[in-house]
Structures are given as C-alpha cells and as structure tokens.
Design a protein around this ligand. Structure first.
Ligand code: WTA
Length: 638
C-alpha cells in the first residue's frame, strides 16, 4: 500500500504544516480521498468552539472496518494483520492474516446481531489482551454499535459507573485474564458490577483462563458456543453498516480534575483519518514493517495504535498479552527478536522500570530489526530517553516522543522518525493540522520562544473529541470554557528557542501514574468511602519509576492503634472502588488540612510537602490555621 500523504523530508513537513493551516479543508479532503467511502462528503469542516460543534466530512458515508479489513483483502489478504504473543512464552503465539481477521470479525459481528445488538447500542468490552478483544472492537464497528472498552484493571464499581453512564445493555468479557504471574477473574468482577446494573441483557464470555465462572441463565452466553451457531448458519458475511462520518465510533472513559470519569466520544471518519495519518507519518511506516505498541487496548493508545491506525494503514500490528517484567525483564527484547519487530512504542514508565534491571536483560538480544522507537503517556526524563536511544535503539533508531490525549484521538505533537529533528524530553513540533498556542492564567496568548504556558490548540483537527457522552455541557466546560475559542489540554508546556515543545505535565488536578490518568478527586472520593475517614486530600509527587506517585493526607475519625494496618485498609478500599492502579503509595494521617478561610484546600502546600520541600512552602498567612502546616511537615512519610 502506498501512502500518498506520507511525508518524506523536513521540507515536506514544513509545507504540509503550512498548507494544513492555510487551506485546511483542501488539505484534509485530499487525505480523506485515500480512504474507502460509500458516499462522498458534502462539507469538509463545520465548527465553532463555543458550543462546541465540530463536524468533519459531514454527509460522507462509510464503515471503518471496510477501511481496516475489506480493502486490504485483495492485495494483502495473506499478510499478518495481528501477531499475538501470549502472556506465557511457553504457550503458542497466534497470527491472524487480514483474511482470517476479516472472517473472525464477520463471525463475531454475527454473534452480536444474533444477541440483539443494534446500530447505536453501546457494548462494553472488558477483556484481557487477547486477539478476540480486537475482534470484538471491530465487530462492533462493523454493525455500527458503539464500543466502550474498559481497562481490565478497573474494579466492579468503576465498571458499574461506566455501564450506567453509557447505558450499555451488552458486555463482552473473558472468564479471566493472564497478566504476568496473575490470573484476574474478569467475569467475577463483571458479576459484581452487574448487581447495580439490571439493564444489562447479555454477557458474552470468552474462555481464556478456565477460571471457574458462574453463568446466569438467560443473561450469560459463551463466545465459543455463539460462534458455533454462526458456523452452523454457514458463516454468512455481515455487510458493513453504512455510517455517517460523524456517527459515534466509540466511547472511552478518562479521568478529569472533577467528579467521575467522562466518556470521551470519537466519531468514525475523523478518528480514522487522524489515527492513520499520524501512524504512517510519525512512525514512518513502510509496508511489511512490524509495529509493536505495548499499550493495553483499554487505553486510547491501544485503540489508536494497536487497532485502528495500523489496520487502516494495512500494517502488521503486534499485540502482547503480558507485562514487560514477566517472566523476566528481558521479555520485550525476546519479543522484538522473535518477530523481528521494526517499531517499538511504549511508555516512559516501562522504560524506567526496565532500566532499573540494568543492562543484563538486554544482553543476548540482537534488537537489530528495530528502526523506530516511540514513547507516549507522560513526560520522558532525559536519562530514560538516552537509555532507550543508546541501549535499545543502539543509537541508530530515532526516538519519537509523542504527545497526545484520549481527547485528541491520536498523536498531536511529535517528531517524525528520521524526518524531523528529535530532542530528548521534547515532543518537538506539531503535526500538520495542529496549531498549538501557549496562554497565561488570564488567557493571554504568550508569543515568542523560550516561554512557558498552558497548552491550548487553536483550530479543530479531524481526530478531536466531539462530546462527552450524555453530557455535552461537561465537554464544553472541561475543554472549551477555560479560554475563549481554544481547546484547553490541561497540560503545561515550554517552547524553546527553536519553537520546539516540551510538555511539562498536568496543570490541573489530574495525576499521571505510570502513564495512567487518575483524577485526585476520584481517589479522594474512594478514600472517603472508608468508614473511619473524615476527609482526605490527594496530590502527586515525583516517583522514580512511575513518574508520579500518589500521596494521600487523611484525617481519621478516631485514634489509630495500628497505623500500617489502617493504611492497608484504606489502600484496599481504593482498590475496590477504582482499581489497583489508583492505590496511594503513601498515606499520612494528619490532624487537619491546610485550608483557606473560605474552606479551600491549599493543594500547593500539600504538593510541596509531598515533594520533600521543608522550608519554602510559599505564603501560608491566608490559612485558617497556619500551625497545621508544621504538624503535617513533622509527620511526613519518606
Ligand atoms: C500526558 C495518552 C508528556 C499528558 C495518549 C496528557 C504526555 C496525558 C505525553 C494524556 C508525552 C501524554 N509527553 N506528557 N509524550 N503523552 N502525556 O489521555 O499529561 O491517557 O495530557 O492519553 O498524558 O493521557 P491519556
């Protein structure tokens, strides 16, 4: 497959970026013309950021699975679409060619139809990293159902919240999931979640771990038996439902600074074009390259760069069920050599964790197939960047540091491998279609170079968020109300002397723990569920491996006799309410919290204490009780 929109030089990048700003409609309609449509669009772009209203390719009709599957059958039907590496290296890997994947997606699309799923229905997918997860996602897209994948690490309560918000009547899950040495009982967790979700009509269960499960009559069915039914019908192909360009493709929940996670909605055409365009250009994908993105499909990175971007580009995508450190810290390198992986895309937290094992696990690995390395999800420190570049890439692979968000659908600011310059710890330059703006607290644009500010985006791009499910006002409030006529990212950013961007981290109350987004308010709500807790405040602090750790200040209702036990109880509560990823690393019991006279918690002070600052805590004179700060300092957990 040729990509006429593939940028092949720094000059071509400059020209493309310029054109995307000056003639965005022409620019994007040329690219859209490279995809398969059932009907041409009427209007390329219609937008305002006030409502917000964003519409790309209105009137166009298509199905994303025809772009990801059908159109490749003739030319590359026998090429691997998905290579799957199991958790246990002793188990056999699986390869699905484009033809096989097409067949399986059709089969499962039929299963969904047989079970009453209709276009527009929300289907929740809660599975481990098995090929059937990708198959379920694509099968939903084939029949126009809206998938909502939930990361396998979330708890029953988190699932129930999401099911209720999306009013999902259908669930696809597994008996269990393997992750490293663990076996996670997914179906059990679903059963717990469904206690408060009586509207769920059907649960389709794939066998993976053979963990015993209870199947509820009339509600739960086995994946394998349902497939068998379709086989006895003779496997009729399922026509790809004709979707409007702006019909929702999926909902993905993500944390914000307030309240419960919001359902970010992406639509069919814009998301498809954005993920494919960015995949091909950032990684400089060449036919037959093998792309290994280590993310979980429960997060946006997996959606965009394991499934949709690579498959729409006709690429070979590698999906890994396990974790980087099991059975040992050489697992990624085993996989790279085993399949001769060309592109490795992972998170700084994984790199730092592997770094801590030294160079031993890298020895005996060639890694000579690698051409491009990528990072995503959090700022990468220079040390980790160099380790990745020197020891994994052997100084011959460009490292692309890709900045983006669930809300942006795909990569926004990044170098393009071997095409535009790299700079350690810098995401570098905006991709064509992206117009970054730095603003100060008052919303004044900060121009010029060597400046810092809050990162906003000025103009719509095809892959951007359209709404938050069921609550458009929340979308407006969150992203479009802080600054007039700008999309606000929630990130802080520095622009260097050459106009290159360095993302410095969140400026709102969102933590980034091991690349996972977690709202401090969510963690506080979970801690407060513990019956001894009166009040709590959660902040982030620098953590060598996770990037950020979670530090919780907790006011307890009575004298604590066994502090460690109580800490464990509280951590367990958080695990039950949200999931293990949100467990606080440090819990400090405090007699009070630093509050202003109006009752607002001064998080700035708490953040500084958690970071280890002892003296310059800033102005504490506006506090209701300045003495509390000294108390907290004395009890600091190291
Ligand atoms: C952070 C993940 C620095 C950022 C794709 C953003 C990054 C949040 C980078 C989104 C990067 C992502 N450098 N920070 N290259 N990439 N971030 O929605 O704070 O899970 O706002 O999307 O991760 O996280 P999300």
């Amino acid at each position: 497959m040729q990509y006429p929109y593939q940028i092949d030089s720094a000059e071509a990048y400059q020209k493309a970026w310029q054109k995307s700003v000056e003639e965005p409609e022409q620019f994007w309609s040329d690219i859209a013309g490279e995809f398969v449509w059932k009907k041409q669009w009427d209007k390329v772009l219609d937008w305002n950021f006030r409502e917000p209203k964003i519409s790309w390719f209105a009137g166009g009709r298509l199905n994303i699975t025809e772009n990801c599957l059908d159109r490749h059958l003739e030319e590359r039907g026998d090429q691997p679409a998905i290579i799957w590496e199991p958790n246990d290296p002793a188990e056999h890997h699986r390869i699905l060619t484009y033809r096989q994947l097409y067949h399986k997606v059709n089969q499962f699309a039929h299963v969904l139809l047989n079970n009453g799923v209709q276009r527009g229905d929300r289907v929740c997918i809660y599975m481990g990293m098995v090929p059937e997860l990708a198959i379920a996602v694509l099968a939903c897209a084939r029949i126009g159902a809206i998938h909502s994948v939930i990361f396998g690490g979330f708890s029953a309560q988190s699932i129930a919240d999401r099911l209720q918000d999306a009013q999902a009547r259908f669930i696809v899950t597994c008996d269990g999931a393997f992750r490293g040495g663990k076996d996670i009982p997914l179906k059990d967790v679903i059963d717990d979640a469904l206690v408060t979700c009586p509207f769920v009509e059907r649960v389709i269960v794939l066998t993976r771990t053979r963990t015993p499960v209870s199947m509820i009559k009339g509600r739960d069915v086995w994946w394998e038996e349902e497939i068998h039914r379709v086989e006895t019908m003779g496997n009729p192909p399922v026509p790809a439902v004709e979707m409007d360009a702006e019909d929702p493709l999926f909902i993905l929940y993500t944390s914000g600074s307030t309240g419960k996670p919001k359902g970010v909605v992406h639509t069919v055409a814009g998301y498809m074009i954005w993920t494919t365009y960015t995949f091909v250009n950032v990684f400089q994908y060449q036919p037959e390259d093998i792309h290994f993105c280590t993310a979980d499909i429960g997060w946006i990175t997996g959606h965009s760069y394991i499934i949709y971007g690579p498959l729409a580009a006709g690429a070979t995508t590698l999906m890994f069920e396990g974790i980087p450190t099991w059975p040992d810290a050489g697992r990624f390198w085993d996989i790279v050599d085993k399949y001769r992986v060309n592109m490795l895309y992972t998170a700084p937290t994984a790199i730092r964790s592997l770094m801590s094992f030294g160079l031993g696990p890298l020895q005996d690995h060639k890694l000579d197939s690698l051409k491009v390395l990528g990072t995503v999800g959090e700022p990468i420190n220079e040390e980790a960047w160099h380790w990745y570049h020197d020891h994994v890439g052997k100084r011959k692979c460009p490292v692309v540091d890709t900045w983006w968000q669930t809300e942006t659908g795909g990569i926004m600011i990044s170098n393009m491998a071997g095409i535009t310059p790299e700079k350690p710890s810098y995401a570098t330059l905006p991709l064509p279609g992206v117009q970054p703006v730095l603003v100060d607290e008052n919303g004044q644009e900060i121009t010029g170079n060597e400046v810092s500010g809050n990162l906003c985006i000025r103009f719509p791009w095809p892959g951007m968020i359209r709404t938050t499910y069921g609550d458009h006002e929340r979308c407006r409030q969150n992203y479009f109300a802080t600054y007039d006529d700008l999309y606000f990212t929630g990130d802080g950013c520095y622009r260097d002397e050459n106009g290159m961007y360095r993302i410095t981290g969140r400026v709102d109350d969102v933590l980034n723990v091991s690349g996972h987004r977690i709202g401090t308010a969510e963690v506080e709500n979970a801690i407060n569920m513990h019956n001894g807790v009166v009040e709590s405040a959660v902040v982030g602090y620098p953590h060598d491996i996770k990037g950020q750790g979670i530090y919780a200040y907790v006011i307890f209702s009575h004298e604590i006799s066994e502090a460690d036990l109580t800490r464990r109880d509280i951590a367990h509560t958080v695990s039950r309410i949200i999931g293990p990823i949100a467990k606080p690393d440090k819990i400090q019991f405090v007699p009070g919290l630093p509050k202003t006279r109006s009752g607002k918690i001064m998080r700035r002070i708490l953040r500084k204490i958690a970071e280890g600052e002892t003296t310059s805590l800033g102005d504490t004179s506006t506090l209701l009780d300045p003495g509390i700060v000294q108390h907290i300092l004395e009890g600091k957990i190291h």
